[in-house]
Ligand binder design. Structure first.
Ligand code: CMC
Length: 432
């Protein structure tokens, strides 16, 4: 017998209104309130969008209660263990794992588009050496729109989107490495055609005109894991930003540049930098973990333990589990003993036993251990959010593309409840 479609009923001021239920492929449910205002003249109010689905998406599945994360249906644990970042990018953007030929073509296009336009190189010297590399990255990514005017058409062809995606994925490494070199007043190291994605980035970051950086497989592998784990995380703050900016038909370079700015904030991708700075502060302060835990619990809420808590994960962050192990493996493999890793582990242990954090389900997130890996590789702290941006690039592109291709996509335009002054008259300045 055919089942009655599920509906939600709203009883409001003596009337009943019905709304359809939308069910996802993992049985997630939503009440479709698109017609709520026209039917009732009410809107919903949900600051921070904790309960608001902004779109339907087939890219990433996340179950925060069970600690599940899957890209296009494949568990993150399998991808982190077996795939490369380039393969992961293809999977996220095009929905399927590439075959050998597709992968080769995709990888080769990165080599082809790794260089920046020679005029863009002049931009770097216009920034102060002390400038934050996220500021440089977001401006440079937006500037790409000026150098590829043929790719900023509000209704791009499929080929244009593919080319823009490759330009972004490839050039973000070059911009990041050049921003680092600028901060050190060192000459830029151009990309090399014979190097793969991550080795090429390491080469541009750490080689000098006189000496090539020795690319160690364990470093490439650790960095690969981090980029893969950052590649997408469904409707987070920066991805929602990319989608909302793109919903006005702004081009992909401009939309991603806005995403980079959103990621920069310390509550989002800037947290990895904050975590290491926090651990350094605790170390300088004699390793007094208890003091910092108490500070984070103070009722004035003026201090947070960075790297703990997540809007969606309320059990554990599966990415943090993988990264913690990776940090151990890398540091052991490189023979590095970093006291910050010891402090981080002690802090995690103490937090997990503490009632304040237990009650609020605050667990280490992706940013808690990632900084320790970046630090071991020799990446300076202000570059950590930039590393997150390199990793998140395929996710931003995939979401922008999905939004653009969706027949239901509309300009993003939330409503509000006005709480300001009611009607009053203008008073001329000499009568105020
Ligand atoms: N330290 C101390 N208390 C915290 C923390 C923390 N790190 N995170 C949340 N709380 C408390 C918060 O004060 C609130 O307490 P109360 O119920 O007494 O008012 C409660 O836990 C719920 O917090 P919330 O701010 O309402 O939670 P949210 O979902 O809005 O925020 C978060 C999520 C990630 C912004 C927040 O947990 C946080 O600020 N964490 C530290 C920054 C951080 O590590 N960010 C990286 C997130 S993972 C990478 C990414 O995807 O961006």
């Amino acid at each position: 017998m055919p089942q009655e479609p599920e509906k939600a009923e709203l009883h409001l001021n003596g009337k009943t209104f019905e709304f359809p239920i939308v069910t996802g492929t993992e049985n997630e449910k939503a009440i479709d309130i698109a017609k709520l205002r026209s039917a009732t003249s009410y809107i919903t109010l949900d600051p921070g969008f904790g309960n608001t689905g902004a779109c339907e998406s087939a890219i990433t599945f996340l179950d925060g209660e069970k600690g599940i994360l899957r890209y296009r249906g494949i568990p993150i644990e399998q991808i982190a263990e077996q795939a490369t970042f380039v393969e992961t990018s293809y999977l996220l953007i095009y929905g399927e794992l590439p075959n050998r030929l597709q992968l080769e073509k995709f990888s080769n296009s990165f080599t082809q588009h790794a260089n920046l336009h020679k005029d863009m190189l002049n931009f770097f010297s216009g920034y102060p050496a002390t400038g934050h590399p996220m500021a440089i990255l977001s401006s440079m990514v937006c500037s790409l729109s000026a150098y590829y005017p043929e790719l900023v058409n509000p209704e791009p062809s499929e080929e244009d989107v593919d080319l823009t995606a490759v330009q972004l994925l490839s050039k973000v490494r070059t911009i990041a490495a050049h921003a680092y070199k600028r901060s050190r007043n060192e000459p830029f190291i151009p990309p090399r055609a014979n190097l793969k994605y991550i080795p090429n980035f390491l080469h541009m970051m750490f080689s000098s005109p006189k000496k090539d950086y020795e690319i160690k497989p364990e470093v490439v592998s650790a960095l690969m894991t981090l980029l893969i784990l950052h590649a997408d995380h469904e409707q987070n703050c920066s991805t929602s930003t990319v989608r909302i900016v793109g919903s006005s038909w702004a081009n992909l370079f401009a939309s991603v540049s806005a995403g980079i700015c959103a990621l920069w904030g310390p509550l989002h991708g800037g947290a990895n930098q904050e975590v290491v700075e926090m651990l350094e502060e605790i170390e300088k302060d004699g390793g007094n973990i208890k003091k910092y835990i108490e500070k984070a619990k103070s009722p004035d809420k003026s201090y947070r333990l960075m790297g703990f808590g997540h809007r969606v994960y309320k059990n554990f962050d599966p990415r943090a589990k993988i990264i913690k192990k990776r940090a151990d493996d890398l540091l052991n493999g490189m023979g590095i003993h970093d006291p910050l890793l010891d402090i981080a582990k002690k802090l995690e242990e103490a937090v997990l036993k503490d009632d304040y954090f237990k009650e609020r389900k605050l667990y280490p997130n992706v940013d808690f251990y990632s900084g320790i890996i970046y630090k071991a590789i020799g990446i300076p702290t202000n570059m950590f959010p930039v590393m997150f941006a390199i990793g998140r690039m395929p996710g931003w592109i995939a979401h922008w593309k999905e939004m653009k291709e969706s027949p239901d996509s509309k300009i993003g335009r939330p409503r509000q409840i006005y709480t300001g002054r009611t009607l009053r008259d203008y008073i001329p300045i000499d009568q105020r």
